[in-house]
Design a protein around this ligand. Structure first.
Ligand SMILES: [Zn+2]
Length: 302
């Protein structure tokens, strides 16, 4: 069995000089994984853009029309965090399809699939926020719920920032259980309500972090019987991250991934992994932490 990985050259679409978003990681992660022999090129697939019908399963048509035609207001553009362009919008539809196709592949026998980008959890039905234009996990969840035998989805969002868009989109939908562990005093400063929220204090380190995750995964086992898991595996929980404010080590971050993978494999639930955030000042730290998630999955699921 092989783990499919979504990636295209457009993932690392260049931004204007000085933009603070670390685009280059989307090239460096697959390069590193191939170079060291963790993955092989045949695992990588290049998604096409999502169709409009797929996008409208989650997003409001008035928002999508304005996004597509570059008609967002100045304020909306600013909140997106990106200098918007046709190519960046196309990039988002391709990344989101990477999550959708990966989810289908995981469900249809691969058990686990990865997206080198994605985890765009700040996107709402009707607005862009924090480098997220469309919500890939919400799009993947709706696709599975409407088109396959999946009846119950679990979102495990362990990026340091709350999955506010995902929480809001599924606030009144019992078919998607949302779980988010995040920095209490970090962005977004107005949190939404997930099914389980675990706000964490600044500086929390490995032991306390992993204990919290372990406890809540146990609680989730009692509360919900998912057919599918979407894992937002942001590595901005690292102590080295310039936005994260937490104190988790590289080894602790991989322990985190192990708890999620073990949760899924013990219950026999397929999962799709989206990369999420990572903003350590040294790009090598970001790439190594993301690569660790793949390294572990390759050991556990193949
Ligand atoms: Zn984040």
């Amino acid at each position: 069995m092989s783990i499919p990985i979504a990636w295209t050259e457009l993932y690392a679409h260049p931004l204007p000089e000085g933009h603070r978003f670390p685009m280059e990681k989307y090239d460096l992660i697959p390069q590193q994984l191939m170079y060291e022999g963790t993955i092989e090129s045949h695992q990588i697939f290049a998604p096409e853009p999502l169709t409009e019908a797929q996008i409208l399963r989650v997003h409001e048509s008035s928002y999508w029309e304005r996004l597509k035609h570059q008609q967002l207001s100045k304020k909306e553009q600013r909140e997106s965090g990106f200098p918007l362009s046709d190519r960046l919008v196309e990039r988002e539809t391709i990344i989101c399809n990477g999550t959708v196709l990966g989810a289908r592949a995981a469900l249809n026998g691969a058990q686990c699939a990865f997206n080198v980008a994605g985890g765009t959890h700040h996107a709402y039905r009707d607005k862009a926020e924090g480098f997220c234009l469309l919500n890939d996990i919400a799009l993947g969840a709706m696709e599975l719920l409407e088109d396959t035998s999946v009846n119950q989805v679990l979102v495990i969002d362990l990026d340091v920032h709350q999955g506010n868009g995902t929480a809001k989109i599924f606030e009144d939908d019992d078919r998607v259980f949302t779980f988010s562990m995040h920095g209490d005093r970090n962005y977004p400063f107005r949190k939404e309500r997930s099914d389980i929220d675990v706000p964490m204090p600044d500086g929390i380190a490995d032991d306390a972090y992993l204990e919290l995750l372990h406890t809540h995964l146990k609680e989730i086992k009692d509360r919900v019987k998912p057919d599918f898991v979407f894992f937002q595996a942001g590595v901005d929980i690292l102590a080295s991250d310039k936005l994260g404010k937490l104190g988790v080590s590289l080894a602790g971050c991989q322990e985190r991934d192990a708890l999620v993978f073990d949760f899924c494999s013990e219950l026999g639930i397929p999962l799709q992994v989206s990369m999420g955030g990572g903003y350590s000042p040294r790009i090598a730290d970001i790439v190594d932490a993301h690569a660790n998630t793949y390294r572990l999955a390759m050991r556990k699921f193949t």
